[in-house]
Design a protein. Structure first.
Length: 195
C-alpha cells in the first residue's frame, strides 16, 4: 500500500500463525501495529475456518463502515484445507449473499481474500525453502506425512518472519508447487503492494 493511501488494514484470519504472517507482511508494506486491526480465532475453540466464515459478513460490514470514514483496506486469510482456494472463496462470498448483503465489487482495490492451501504452514515451509512441498499434504506436527514441517514451524526453525523475509522475489517453480501462493500474490497486488 502506498503510504499516502493507507490508513488502516483490517484482517480476519484463522489463528496466531496467520496473524504473525499477516503482521510481518503488513510491516513489509509499511503498515504499523496502530494501523493493523487483527481478528483471529481464539485458540482451542473449534474450527478456525468456521470462525472466519461465521464472522465474514460482520467483517465486511465493519470494513464498509470504516472505509467511509478512513481509507481502510481489508484482508481475509482462510486456509483451503480439503476445500481448496476456489471453494473457500465461494463459501465466503455465499455468506454475504445468504445474509442479503451486497456482493463485493471485484474491482475494489481495498478488499482481498487469500487462501493458503493446504494451509499457511505450506507457504511458510515453501518460503523457508523446504523441499519437496505440495498443497495436498497437511503440515501439522501430528500428521504422519507432514509432521516434520509442522514440528519445524512449532519449534521456530521455520517462521512467519523468515517466510516474509523471503517473500520476494517469487521462487522458481512456485506456480507448480504452491499455486495458491501465486494466486495470493496476484490478489494482494490489488492493494498496490509489491506482493
Amino acid at each position: 500500500m502506498k503510504k499516502s493511501q493507507r490508513r488502516k488494514l483490517l484482517v480476519l484470519c484463522e489463528d496466531g500463525l496467520h496473524s504473525r504472517f499477516v503482521a510481518r507482511l503488513a510491516e513489509r508494506w509499511g503498515i504499523g501495529p496502530r494501523e493493523l486491526m487483527l481478528d483471529a480465532a481464539p485458540r482451542a475453540q473449534g474450527s478456525a475456518a468456521h470462525y472466519v466464515l461465521n464472522r465474514f459478513v460482520d467483517f465486511v460490514k465493519r470494513w464498509r463502515t470504516e472505509r467511509g470514514n478512513t481509507d481502510a483496506s481489508a484482508l481475509v486469510i482462510i486456509d483451503g484445507d480439503e476445500k481448496g482456494s476456489r471453494l473457500r472463496r465461494q463459501q465466503c462470498l455465499e455468506k454475504l449473499r445468504a445474509a442479503g448483503e451486497p456482493a463485493l465489487d471485484p474491482t475494489d482495490t481495498r478488499f482481498a481474500i487469500i487462501v493458503p492451501c493446504w494451509h499457511i504452514e505450506t507457504w511458510i515451509a515453501w518460503l523457508c525453502e523446504h523441499r519437496p512441498i505440495d498443497e495436498e499434504t497437511r503440515y501439522k506436527p501430528e500428521d504422519p506425512h507432514g509432521g516434520e514441517v509442522g514440528r519445524k514451524i512449532r519449534d521456530g526453525e521455520y517462521s512467519a518472519k523468515q517466510a516474509v523475509k523471503a517473500w520476494m522475489p517469487p521462487m522458481e517453480s512456485e506456480d507448480l508447487h504452491v499455486p495458491s501462493l501465486c494466486a495470493a500474490r496476484i490478489e494482494l497486488r490489488r492493494f498496490g503492494v509489491t506482493a
